[in-house]
Design a protein around this ligand. Structure first.
Ligand code: SF4
Length: 283
């Protein structure tokens, strides 16, 4: 049997913000020994979180529960109250918030201070969105044009966007806002890493017969990649680790595509690729 070709998306896997956060935390772990905790899982990748735990860097689900001297703000960022509380508890705060997420915080704060009704285009309850709301407490979160119907719009509206949102959703929501408000100011804070990965995933999934998307199931950007791929390739599967691969997915595969969310390090992509090769060799 001829083995299928495997192609990895031109843009896939860990982004700048995730690499930066990982490096900061690992360095802190070395400097401060076992006295480092992340406020929530550092990134939405269970395997990475487990590896950090093995190095003594544990997760505190809330700042009040942190026992370590050093607490790390993860790449998704947090509301200012969380940092303030950490300082009250005499903790050293290591801020690994991605600079692109910081831009969303600054934009939301600026708009609120300028008297705009702030709309955050994003997923309500997502940690990044909660951090943004903390910077503009009266902000409303809108996930879709339908959700906009429940919002009592004011005259001046300012929009910021969760970094992992799609351009299409932003455009759909902006179209609904146009004509309903007198002044509309938009900060397009979608991260380039996200849109590049989405474009590469769309391109690859439209050319292959089998598509594997790697990343945490609670990772918003990975879930979005899986949705994009499924729209182009019906044989799309979202996995977190190689052991989830099912040989039946590859029974008739000739061209297999792989992509991965922005919180998936390169070694995890390589491990999945190797596992697929191994499975196909034994079909
Ligand atoms: S996806 Fe973009 S915003 Fe999010 S952590 Fe990565 S670089 Fe930062």
């Amino acid at each position: 049997m001829t083995l299928p070709t495997i192609e990895i998306a031109a843009q896939a896997g860990a982004c700048y913000g995730v690499e930066r956060a990982l490096q900061m935390v690992k360095k802190a772990g070395v400097t401060h020994g076992g006295s480092v905790q992340t406020l929530g899982p550092l990134i939405h990748n269970p395997q990475v979180v487990q590896e950090l735990e093995q190095d003594g860097i544990r997760v505190a689900s809330h700042v009040d529960e942190a026992t370590a001297n050093v607490v790390v703000v993860r790449s998704h960022g947090v509301a200012p109250e969380v940092v303030q509380r950490a300082h009250e508890l005499q903790k050293t705060v290591l801020d690994a918030t991605c600079p692109y997420v910081k831009k969303v915080h600054y934009a939301a704060k600026f708009l609120e201070e300028q008297g705009y009704q702030v709309i955050v285009v994003g997923e309500a309850g997502h940690p990044e969105v909660e951090g943004t709301r903390g910077n503009a407490p009266s902000a409303v979160v809108v996930g879709s044009p339908e959700q906009l119907k429940d919002v009592k719009l004011r005259r001046k509206v300012g929009v910021v966007v969760q970094t992992t949102q799609s351009k299409a959703n932003l455009q759909a929501i902006l179209s609904c806002l146009l004509g309903k408000v007198e002044e509309l100011r938009v900060f397009d804070t979608i991260c380039a890493a996200t849109s590049e990965r989405q474009a590469a995933a769309a391109d690859l999934s439209s050319r292959v017969d089998t598509m594997i998307v790697i990343g945490g199931r609670i990772s918003a950007n990975t879930t979005r990649l899986a949705e994009i791929c499924a729209a182009h390739c019906s044989n799309t599967h979202h996995i977190e680790k190689p052991t989830e691969l099912d040989p039946s997915w590859f029974a008739t595969s000739k061209h297999i595509g792989i992509t991965a969310g922005a919180s998936t390090p390169a070694n995890q992509i390589q491990a999945v690729q190797a596992a697929i090769v191994n499975l196909c060799e034994h079909l």
